[in-house]
Ligand binder design. Structure first.
Ligand SMILES: Nc1ncnc2c1ncn2[C@@H]1O[C@H](COP(=O)(O)OP(=O)(O)OP(=O)(O)O)[C@@H](O)[C@H]1O
Ligand SMILES: Nc1ncnc2c1ncn2[C@@H]1O[C@H](COP(=O)(O)OP(=O)(O)OP(=O)(O)O)[C@@H](O)[C@H]1O
Ligand SMILES: [Mg+2]
Ligand SMILES: [Mg+2]
Lengths: 161, 165, 161, 165
């Protein structure tokens, strides 16, 4: 049981290292066991070092860096053990344009194996949609769905961006 | 396996019967504040078996039923159905397509259907067991919750790791 | 003591009602005392009803509506008891364009009495700046400040937006 | 009363001496993720007397001192100064301009100066008492914290109301 966990842990750690580098465009990251002698119960610690920076406690990362590190962790799980579909509600809100672009490229790579449904108000994310739905509330308190052609999407971002 | 369609009736702000046809690729939902985008995510979560009212952003289960608007009366029940393409057989069931339906009445009674046959919530949850489907911080990331993946204490994180392991 | 609180509470309640309407472009809001018989200890409850919607528990508001209601509460305090300066770090992130525009107009009105320092990546907010500072990290791990002309600001938003 | 200038040396990622000249109007700070914007807010908060390491996003006070970068060694101390225009006399002191300086060394020792005169933290805090200056959820809203104004329980909210009352 402990050995099984150790084996999967090694796989997850490698996955996290790779995904982190892709999303941050560099840097490094590592998962470590708080108590390697106690594989059955040990907690897991996360170390993240954005490019050019020193390895620091997670709490010293910026808002956008934390969001991207969390996305890297989620994606690294999905790479190792895909789930059929994944619903993500505004997870790209804190990312600057450079990080957002890398996030969207990576999403595209996972989208072969996993069906993604995203809620977003970022233009770059909308541009990656195979299908785009708009939700409106013309009648107060009543939601209405409209399906949107991608040309019109860039117009919609001006109701958010 | 992927979701083909989501149908909602009387679910939160979606008072009128609404159908989303989905692509196996990437679907993006957009719109202004408060228009109902997160409500769609809640509907999907709920029909897949979510029992935590807190994760559905309510204080009581009947918060999920349309509770009225300027020119609309509250409804007495809500119904959501999700239809999945199951041609890969990954759930181990003998259907090419699987439809899960969940209904909730104001008096608190619930109904569950699997391919139009009445069933219990237990059967729906068992069907999805070990697939990761519907799991928080894995299959669903709620609004404002992405950073929680990092915040949880090392021991809590362990549970997520065991899920993925 | 209890009477003093009751008097200020009434003033705050009126202020919140007004600011909420301005920021939401309608709707209504109210503060109420959980225990009006016990002025000295009663907690305060917040009720918010965006335009066209029913009065609902705060938790049923959307992400952007909650952010705007919180901004309304903060601004209503500042109106009643101004503080000399106020530092706001990315509080406009969740707002759509319509709400963002109202937020920025209201900020302008308070800016006569209160000095605001905002961190933002929203273009509409940058356009309201009397002074704009850019922060960069060309040398990894080392922050550098550059002061920016407003014409260049719209260019900067494309590193965020 | 308003802030004229903020000077930082060795504060978090601002290793080099940096000066922000501020306007009494609206100043907006922009830039990519992780470049140091929130660190500026932390510097201002800290020099005004913030004692909570948690509100300064660190785990220990010396997390505030520049701890090195690829081609830079860590520093041994940090110093931040804020200069305020006080021509309205609102703090009740007889200065037209007030400068508060705070220094922290790696060994944990601190120094405080008011208009270049050594003083204790206590005097700085007393000077700002009842003005709301430096108060969380009033004078400072940290990143990701705006909604907390709504989340606090009714009894906690009471404290904020008494502050404003
Ligand atoms: N049971 C219900 N009946 C009617 N309306 C409801 C019900 N529950 C929630 N709502 C409404 O749904 C709206 C919230 O929708 P939702 O959270 O999906 O918004 P959103 O599009 O995600 O917005 P944001 O961009 O701000 O996150 C609220 O205005 C709320 O009044
Ligand atoms: N003591 C320190 N020494 C050196 N660098 C530090 C120190 N403390 C924090 N940092 C660095 O400062 C950076 C964070 O800066 P900050 O939080 O101000 O970013 P930001 O511009 O607000 O980004 P975002 O837009 O993502 O919120 C981190 O990358 C962190 O490595
Ligand atoms: Mg939402
Ligand atoms: Mg920040």
């Amino acid at each position: 049981m402990g050995e099984k966990f150790a084996a999967s842990f090694a796989v997850l750690n490698e996955s996290f290292g790779l995904v982190f580098k892709e999303l941050f465009g560099g840097g490094k990251s590592m998962l470590s066991l708080a108590d390697p002698q106690n594989l059955l119960e040990s907690g897991v610690e996360i170390n993240a070092q954005p490019p050019g920076k020193r390895l620091q406690h997670l709490s010293l990362l910026s808002g956008g860096e934390k969001a991207l590190a969390a996305i890297a962790l989620l994606f690294s799980f999905l790479r190792v053990k895909p789930v059929p579909f994944c619903i993500l509600d505004e997870i790209d809100t804190a990312l600057d344009e450079a990080n957002l672009a890398r996030f969207n490229s990576y999403l595209q790579r996972l989208a072969g194996k996993i069906q993604f449904i995203l809620i977003s108000h970022r233009k770059k994310t909308m541009e990656r949609a195979d299908m785009l739905y708009g939700v409106t509330m013309e009648e107060p308190g009543v939601s209405k769905l409209i399906s949107v052609r991608l040309g019109a999407a860039t117009h919609l971002e001006s109701s958010a961006g | 396996m992927y979701i083909k369609r989501l149908e909602m009736y009387g679910f939160k702000s979606f008072v009128d019967r609404t159908t989303l046809e989905l692509t196996p690729g990437i679907t993006v939902v957009v719109g202004p504040n408060g228009c109902g985008k997160s409500n769609i995510a809640d509907a999907l979560r709920w029909v897949l078996g979510e029992q935590s009212v807190r994760l559905l952003r309510g204080t009581r289960m009947d918060d999920l039923i349309f509770n009225g608007a300027a020119s609309r009366k509250p409804l007495g029940f809500t119904e959501v159905s999700v239809t999945m393409d199951h041609s890969d057989g990954s759930l181990g069931l003998d259907y090419r397509e699987i439809t899960v339906t969940r209904r909730l009445y104001r008096d608190g009674t619930s109904e569950y259907l699997l391919n139009r046959q009445t069933c219990r919530l237990k059967e729906i949850l068992e069907m999805f067991m070990d697939t990761g489907i519907g799991k928080e911080a894995y299959s669903f990331i709620g609004q404002g919750r992405i950073e929680e993946i990092l915040n949880s204490r090392p021991e809590e994180r362990r549970l997520i790791f065991e899920e993925a392991a």
